[in-house]
Every structure is written in C-alpha cells, then in structure tokens.
Ligand binder design. Structure first.
Ligand SMILES: C[S@@+](CC[C@H](N)C(=O)[O-])C[C@H]1O[C@@H](n2cnc3c(N)ncnc32)[C@H](O)[C@@H]1O
Length: 248
C-alpha cells in the first residue's frame, strides 16, 4: 500500500498549507476508502456538523428542475447523493458507480437500486447515455481531473448537465482558521472516529490541490462544457459547479 506521504509528497504536516501537492494516486485512494467504508457516513456527518446532508439536498433540488430520465452518479461511494436523488426524482433511472467495491456495497445495502463498480476514467457506458452526471466529493480524488471530466462529458447527452459538489477553501478571514481545522483538528477527530487518521490527512492536501471557482469553470470549458457556473456554499467550504454538454 502506498502511504499518504508519497501520495502528497510535498505535504508538510507542520504547516497550515501544504506545498505544491501532487495529483491523487488511484491505488492509495481506493485502499483508503475501502478502509473507512464502514464509518464513512457517520464520520462525514460528524465532521461537517450535518452540513453534508444539506449540501446534497441543494444539489438534488437543482436536478429536480431538469426532470432527468437517466442519471449517473460517479464516485458515488456509500450512495448518499444517489439515494437523495432516487428519493426525489422517482421517474429517473439513477446509476451509482464507484471503483471501490467496499464503499459501493454500502450504497446497495442502503437502498441504491443500481450500483456498478467502475473507474470514472473509463466508464463502461456508450456516448451520450445520460441526461445528468453528478459527482460529489469524488472528482478531487481522481488521478486526472481533465480525463475524468472528458469521460463524464462523453457519457452525457448533448444538452445534458454535469453537477459537481466538492470542497473548496473559504476566502477572507475564514481561510486561516479553516486551514487549521482542516490540517490539524479534522484528521485527529477523524482518526478517533475511524482509526484511519492518514486517510483524513490526505483530505486536506486534496482540497488544497483541487481547482475551485473560476479555475474549475475554466477547466470545465477546456474539457468541452459550456455555461460553467460556480456557487459557493457555507462560506465557500464547498462549491457546486454546473456545466452543460453543448448541442452539436
Ligand atoms: C469522498 S468519497 C465521495 C462519496 C460520495 N459521492 C459522497 O458524496 O459521499 C470519494 C469516492 O470517490 C471514489 N473514487 C475516487 N477515484 C475514483 C475513480 N477513478 N473512479 C471511481 N471512483 C473513484 C472513491 O472510491 C470514493 O468512494
């Protein structure tokens, strides 16, 4: 197993901000999620003070307006977003995919009707299959963001929508205290809850490395999407990004 030190080689755990983090390593990421799968849902709720439930409801409310018939939730993990969408969009066929079978087993046991073990960088679907593709807290963990976004673009129908929910960094005076929480408090708390502190030390580095705001909108356009939009929630702790696969 690769350690988190080599996954984010430049991470200096004594500083507030890691220096020049590298891209996530797929083997480490899959193993880390397999190790925390049993405690993942509870730990999320505790560390976000329950805010993660509301963030997924905001995403689902947006999707409902589009009345999709088919939706792929990439990197669905334990299926929290897929379940929310399944409950509120009863006419939509929701497929939850993830490359970590241990995480996806929880999604299935919690009631997600269609689950599929699959790597987001090589989705086993034909071009233009889905009305909507979602990815919550997943893209950040992938080894190649542009390749993953191009794959999501490929499986979307022309005119279909992509929704990304992920962590970002708050601006202004909140940034420094948030970084202290992220790099020092959160890994300790998560370590107590899961016994896997390193998986949560990885989290801070991955958030620092992840493009946010205008940078994510630029990346979406580079990958072929149009009308990219970024909306920060909870003071910028997370952001929702929306973009569309253009009609030919
Ligand atoms: C933080 S969890 C998010 C789970 C869920 N979407 C949620 O909102 O709680 C990240 C998930 O991304 C998955 N993942 C990371 N890279 C992946 C890839 N290349 N292909 C498929 N799944 C991937 C992990 O296995 C993990 O289940």
């Amino acid at each position: 197993m690769q350690s988190h030190e080599s996954t984010y080689r430049a991470l200096d755990s004594h500083s507030i901000r890691p220096k020049a983090p590298a891209m996530p390593d797929a083997v480490y990421v899959r193993d880390a999620f397999a190790r925390i799968a049993d405690r993942y849902v509870l730990t999320n709720h505790v560390l976000s003070c329950g805010m993660d439930i509301w963030w997924r409801k905001v995403v689902t409310a947006r999707i409902r307006r589009w009345k999709p018939k088919s939706l792929l939730d990439v990197a669905s993990g334990t299926g929290d977003l897929a379940l929310e969408i399944q409950d509120h969009c009863p006419d939509c066929d929701v497929i939850a995919s993830d490359f970590c079978a241990e995480m996806l087993a929880h999604a299935a046991s919690r009631g997600v009707a269609h689950t599929l073990v699959a790597d987001a960088l090589q989705l086993p679907f034909p071009d233009g299959k889905f009305d909507v593709v979602t990815v919550a807290f997943g893209l950040r963990n992938m080894a190649d963001y542009p390749a993953a976004l191009r794959e999501m673009f490929r499986v979307l129908k022309p005119g279909g929508h992509l929704l990304i929910l992920d962590f970002s960094l708050p601006g202004g005076i909140l940034r420094t205290p948030y970084r202290l929480y992220l790099h020092h408090v959160l890994p300790r708390m998560a370590g107590w809850l899961t016994g896997q502190r390193d998986a949560y030390e990885y989290l801070g580095g991955s958030i620092e490395a992840f493009p946010s705001g205008d940078a994510m909108c630029d990346l979406l356009e580079t990958c072929g999407f149009t009308a990219p939009d970024a909306r920060p929630l909870t003071g910028g702790v997370v952001s929702i990004y929306q973009a569309t696969r253009p009609m030919p």
